[in-house]
Design a protein around this ligand. Structure first.
Ligand SMILES: Nc1ncnc2c1ncn2[C@@H]1O[C@H](COP(=O)(O)OP(=O)(O)O)[C@@H](O)[C@H]1O
Ligand SMILES: [Mg+2]
Length: 235
């Protein structure tokens, strides 16, 4: 579905990604793991068209997308849920969700998508009139994921959804992702520092270190890999 080949990205001449090659298969749940500063956000932002690569190609269903504008990439169903749970603070939950359906192709099914989001997140339905800035951390996380769903993703990119959440909410968030993956057949690329959880819910994983891909494998195998254990699982 998504093919990344030889991708290099730099900030003011300083390389943040170098020669990154991998693919996301149709319907796959792929984890992107790596410690702080490894290049996870840089990679997701480049896939979304927010950063332009220095070298390499990004192909979605056979079409080069690395030269497209972010809005055109969204139009092709590649949706990023960025780090930091940003919402429109003075807008209600429902208004925030509707903002997610801004691509023109989403207008027709807006109501249907809203109902679908409410089915997955009943708490958002209960609070649909509440101002977004009054939500708890866990509710905000649901809102930003729900807003991403409103854009009818085919491939959902998530940048560290666990960040700043209490352990119970991390688990809840990951369970929701797994449900979305299974029930909607959604392809997911999940960037995480919470390696233990990420490997438990994904089927495959890629590992970034200092901007380079150093490992690729089945998540179950990586969970028992001695090097992964020492470096990322503190065992
Ligand atoms: N806007 C930026 N300007 C300059 N350097 C950046 C910028 N964003 C990230 N970097 C650098 O790129 C590298 C990768 O960062 P990032 O992609 O944010 O990693 P991660 O998301 O894995 O923590 C780091 O060395 C970071 O300092
Ligand atoms: Mg990051």
């Amino acid at each position: 579905m998504l093919k990344v080949e030889g991708l290099s990205v730099a900030y003011d001449g300083l390389k943040a990604l170098e020669g990154v090659t991998f693919e996301v298969r149709e319907g796959e749940f792929l984890a992107l793991i790596g410690s702080n500063g490894a290049g996870k956000s840089t990679l997701l932002n480049t896939l979304s068209g927010l950063l332009k690569p220095l070298a390499g190609t990004i192909t979605l269903d056979g079409e080069r997308i690395d030269h497209l504008r972010p809005a055109d990439i969204v139009d092709r169903g590649l949706i990023l849920i960025p780090e930091g749970k940003w919402v429109f603070p003075q807008m209600s939950v429902k208004e925030n969700l509707l903002m997610g359906a801004y691509p023109r192709r989403c207008h027709k099914r807006q109501k249907e998508m809203l109902e679908q989001v409410y089915t997955h997140f009943p708490r958002l339905k209960e609070r649909e009139r509440q101002m977004a800035h009054t939500l708890s951390g866990g509710e905000l996380q649901m809102l930003v994921i729900g807003r991403g769903l409103m854009a009818q993703p085919r491939l959902l990119l998530l940048d560290e959804p666990s960040l700043g959440l209490a352990p119970r909410l991390v688990l809840e968030t990951f369970e929701v992702l797994q449900t979305l993956h299974r029930s909607l057949g959604l392809s997911i690329l999940l960037a995480e520092q919470d390696v233990s959880h990420a490997l438990r819910i994904s089927s495959r994983a890629i590992v970034l270190e200092n901007g380079r891909l150093v490992m690729t494998g089945n998540s179950a195998d990586l969970l028992t890999d001695p090097e992964v254990k020492v470096r990322y699982l503190g065992m």
